[in-house]
Write a protein that binds this ligand. Structure first.
Ligand SMILES: Nc1ncnc2c1ncn2[C@@H]1O[C@H](COP(=O)(O)OP(=O)(O)OP(=O)(O)O)[C@@H](O)[C@H]1O
Ligand SMILES: [Mg+2]
Length: 159
């Protein structure tokens, strides 16, 4: 399956969905998080970090817009918040290719729509939409073979 819509009814549920995704996140993976201000991107990203196994945050001296987490096995998870990026030069400054080429790294990007010009062809696209105060629609779309497995596994856990 390449696309799946999940409804969450609380921040905790969105976080839990993130934990499931994080547990399946592998080296070289890219997760793009899109949606309006305050919709729940950081909540989902925190769950992803937790499920992935993030222990500590290492603020990168080289990449201003990038937070870096590590796990007990020395893997790295890069968390980019593209909200403040203004133009193409800023997009280039995150050096996304370098991050994606880290053999022990995975990447997630909030406000990924702002760096569309530097995204590769394949990634897991996640669009969040506010339904009401406590309810969010989380739309997952696998753009690339490797992400279909991830979406499939979520379907399995749901049943
Ligand atoms: N089902 C839900 N899932 C996630 N957040 C929810 C949900 N229902 C309500 N919320 C609230 O929505 C807000 C989400 O905040 P969060 O920082 O995760 O959003 P964001 O998309 O990262 O915002 P920003 O665009 O400012 O970075 C929180 O205040 C949270 O309590
Ligand atoms: Mg945020």
């Amino acid at each position: 399956m390449f696309a799946l819509d999940v409804i969450t009814h609380s921040p905790a549920q969105t976080y839990q969905l993130g934990q499931q995704l994080g547990a399946m996140t592998r080296e070289g993976d890219l997760i793009c998080l899109c949606g309006e201000l305050g919709v729940g991107k950081t909540t989902l990203a925190s769950g992803i970090g937790n499920g992935w196994g993030a222990r500590e945050i290492v603020n990168s001296p080289t990449f201003v817009f990038v937070n870096e987490y590590s796990d007990s096995r020395g893997r790295r998870l890069y968390h980019i918040d593209a909200y403040r990026l203004r133009d193409a030069a800023d997009s280039q400054s995150i050096a996304l290719d370098d991050l994606l080429n880290d053999p022990h790294g995975a990447v997630m990007i909030e406000w990924a729509e702002r760096v569309q010009d530097v995204l590769p062809n394949e990634y897991l696209q996640i669009d969040l939409v506010a339904v009401d105060d406590q309810t969010r629609q989380v739309k997952l779309e696998a753009r690339g073979e490797q992400y279909k497995k991830v979406v499939d596994s979520l379907v399995l856990r749901d049943t």
